[in-house]
Design a binder for this molecule. Structure first.
Ligand code: UTP
Length: 296
């Protein structure tokens, strides 16, 4: 029974136009923006691999070949570092290709998240799988994905990641209506609303970019009609499955999530992670002085 299978593959949609970062994203994918010395996508594939998802499909687009290049070997650079005896950087250069088995497919136009995920149908087959959006990541130590994969193997349904936000922020996100369960960290999802006004929001739990889905989502994506802007939404396909009886649960994540998909979130991520690093202690000192000046 496919219900008891655990997700072992991951799809990372990274084919969007990233308009919120234009003009940078004309030629540099936001999924490769550096978070200090590793690109966002490296953090994401690390998160997948740490949860046992070692088969990763990148959904890419024209002009985004650098996404797959990042996971290639660089013998020329390796030789140069070896000659210099720089073992630390040599290991760093080799790390991306060692993280996971990377495959890529083109989306052929930013036609929505549902469409991007649908491009992974052959890669996944009919097994459950994970979707990790290409512009955010969670701290591996907070183990969101392992919890989600466990829950999905029990329910056989859809598992979402939910995050509690202040009520005045709900109108910027997809929001879940939920029923509680015996487990404090898990809710049953009874509906999803896109960007509701604060007074209409069913909760302050927003849907973040991690999903564990059953393989049966693919025929549902095929049936989903394009909506606004010709895009095929993942939310619409998931909603149709829920209405047809597929259980939908949410893991309420209390750990650290970094949203690098828009400028303020990206800046916060850089500062937060830099401030944690012992080798960048001078940055922390500078930041303290700098913010003291801002308060004046
Ligand atoms: P976003 O909606 O945040 O990214 O999608 P975007 O559309 O590229 O950015 P804006 O809104 O124009 O600024 C989240 C992730 O899903 C991918 C994006 O590349 C991003 O990593 N995505 C989005 C696709 O792969 N295909 C799509 O059709 C849409």
């Amino acid at each position: 029974m496919s219900e008891n299978k655990r997700a072992t593959k991951a799809i990372v949609p990274a084919a969007g136009n990233a308009t919120r970062f234009l003009p940078s994203t004309k030629s540099v994918p936001k999924e490769l923006f550096p978070v200090i010395d590793k690109p966002v996508l490296h953090h994401i594939v690390e998160e997948a691999a740490a949860a046992g998802l070692s088969d990763v499909l990148l959904v890419t687009a024209r002009g985004k070949d650098a996404l797959t290049d990042y996971f290639d070997a660089r013998p020329d650079l390796e030789d140069a570092l070896r000659r210099k005896g720089d073992d630390k950087r040599l290991q760093a250069v080799k790390q991306p290709e060692q993280l996971a088995d990377i495959t890529a497919i083109r989306q052929g136009g930013a036609l929505g998240l549902g469409h991007a995920v649908g491009r992974g149908a052959h890669f996944v087959g009919d097994e459950p799988f994970a979707v990790l959006l290409g512009d955010e990541f969670c701290d591996i130590d907070d183990e969101l994905l392992p919890q989600m994969i466990d829950l999905q193997s029990q329910t056989g349904g859809i598992v979402l990641a939910l995050l509690e936000v202040p009520w005045d922020e709900v109108s910027r996100y997809g929001v879940a209506s939920v029923n509680s369960t015996d487990n404090d960290d898990v809710v049953e999802v009874t509906g999803l609303v896109e960007k509701p006004a604060r007074e209409n929001a069913p909760s302050n739990l927003i849907v973040v970019g991690r999903y564990i889905l059953p393989g049966t989502i693919f025929p549902e994506i095929d049936r989903t009609e394009p909506g606004r802007g010709g895009e095929i939404g993942l939310t619409e396909a998931m909603d149709a499955m829920r209405e047809n009886g597929t259980p939908v649960h949410g893991v309420v994540f209390k750990g650290r999530r970094y949203d690098t998909g828009e400028p303020v979130g990206y800046l916060k991520t850089l500062v937060e992670l830099a401030a944690q690093r012992d080798d960048l202690r001078s940055f922390r000192t500078w930041l303290r002085d700098f913010s003291a000046e801002l308060d004046d």
